[in-house]
Design a protein around this ligand. Structure first.
Ligand code: CDV
Length: 307
């Protein structure tokens, strides 16, 4: 039986503050159709794909930000995307801000199968940035104010004929993210991101954003024998320039496809999931070669302990 999945990364250019959900959903549907015309059966959209990256602004009363969050999925505004995807027989992965019935706020990504059913929900684990207003910054990155870090961890779901995992933006920088999914046999990891090119705490990293993006996702793919699909919302959004460089990466760590613009753009790759076994059954045969008995510090402590 074929274990081929045709995957598309549907990169978004900027979404400005005034852009309505309806305008954005139209863009998503256009990308979905482009991907379908190129035989994609799974289309991956970025983190917080329905709105501008609102954590760049601080509001003292967090309820003033409620309009950036979704309380239902699908919602009235996103239903046309679900309908078109089902009509085309294409699945998708979508990032959005989630406000739950008990007032919890998560940075969330869902996986929707080709029949329109939501098969998985992932809530961001590693929340970067700051909790309080930092007025001296040129722009805020107050994700730690707007989102609760999820304690649900990294699941892997059987879908699209394989084992699919999800992570969101900053999660991709942490090796534990990939390994927890690797230990569940993950074959494709889907990741949306919004990465400002200017990193305020250490601007020496600014010219390295593209390098670091590729470095972490390519090594995570290789070390766990999995495909990784990294999808940006890039370009100049409300005065803040965002990294593009959306990529589809093979279990060998090689780049299969990469965007060339920082605007709405689709890239595709044919992913043979059996390729994962070349790595999972040899160099990275976890059962044979891993030494969890000497990795205790990984889960027993958070920060470095200097003797
Ligand atoms: N949205 C993000 O998680 N962005 C972070 C930035 C703040 C470093 C990232 O890891 O790309």
């Amino acid at each position: 039986m074929s274990r081929i999945v045709n995957v598309a990364a549907a990169q978004l250019g900027p979404i400005q503050r005034e852009d309505s959900r309806a305008i954005v959903v139209k863009r998503l549907i256009d990308l979905l159709r482009q991907a379908h015309s190129r035989n994609a059966e799974l289309v991956v959209f970025p983190e917080l794909a329905l709105t501008t990256f609102f954590p760049r602004w601080f509001v003292d009363d967090i309820t003033q930000a409620d309009h950036w969050y979704e309380t239902n999925m699908p919602s009235v505004a996103t239903q046309p995307l679900f309908d078109e995807a089902k009509r085309l027989g294409v699945g998708f992965c979508l990032g959005y801000a989630e406000l739950t019935a008990d007032s919890q706020r998560f940075n969330t990504q869902i996986l929707v199968e080709r029949n329109g059913s939501v098969v998985a929900k992932y809530r961001k684990v590693h929340i970067p940035g700051h909790e309080h207003h930092e007025p001296d910054r040129p722009f805020q990155h107050a994700e730690r104010y707007y989102f609760t870090p999820s304690n649900e961890g990294f699941g892997v779901w059987k879908a699209f004929g394989g084992r699919i995992g999800m992570m969101i933006c900053n999660d991709r920088r942490w090796p534990e993210t990939y390994r927890v999914m690797g230990l569940q046999g993950v074959e494709i990891i889907l990741c949306g991101y919004n990465t400002p090119l200017h990193y305020v705490p250490d601007p020496s990293q600014d010219p390295l954003q593209g390098f670091h993006n590729a470095l972490v996702m390519q090594s995570g793919a290789y070390q766990n024998g999995t495909f990784v699909v990294g999808v940006a919302k890039g370009g100049l959004e409300e005065g803040v320039d965002g990294l593009a460089d959306s990529s589809i990466i093979a279990p060998s760590g090689e780049l299969l496809a990469k965007t060339t613009t920082s605007d709405d753009e689709v890239i595709t790759a044919t992913c043979d999931l059996d390729w994962c076994n070349n790595y999972k059954n040899t160099l990275f045969d976890f059962d044979r070669y891993r030494r969890p008995e000497v990795y205790g510090r990984i889960t027993q402590q958070r920060g470095s302990i200097l003797d």
